[in-house]
Design a protein around this ligand. Sequence first.
Ligand code: SF4
Ligand code: SF4
Length: 67
Amino acid sequence: MIKVIVNKKLCKGCELCTDACPLKIMVLGDVLNNNGYNYATQKDQDKCTGCMRCALMCPESAIEIYK
Ligand code: SF4
Ligand code: SF4
């Protein structure tokens, strides 16, 4: 099972990860973090292939992927 965890405290809502995800399952959520950013989250997490493109793209190193 693949698990993608976004550290919402680090996320700045830049959308680089959402653009990088080939399946478009990484999205910005509706909720703001403490810094006032909509932080990234996954929809349809079971479809994630663990390709790591989102994590490699994140300038804040806010995404961790466990396989
Ligand atoms: S690991 Fe790949 S498929 Fe999964 S959310 Fe990140 S970019 Fe998308
Ligand atoms: S690339 Fe990183 S900082 Fe930018 S929206 Fe995604 S998780 Fe947040």
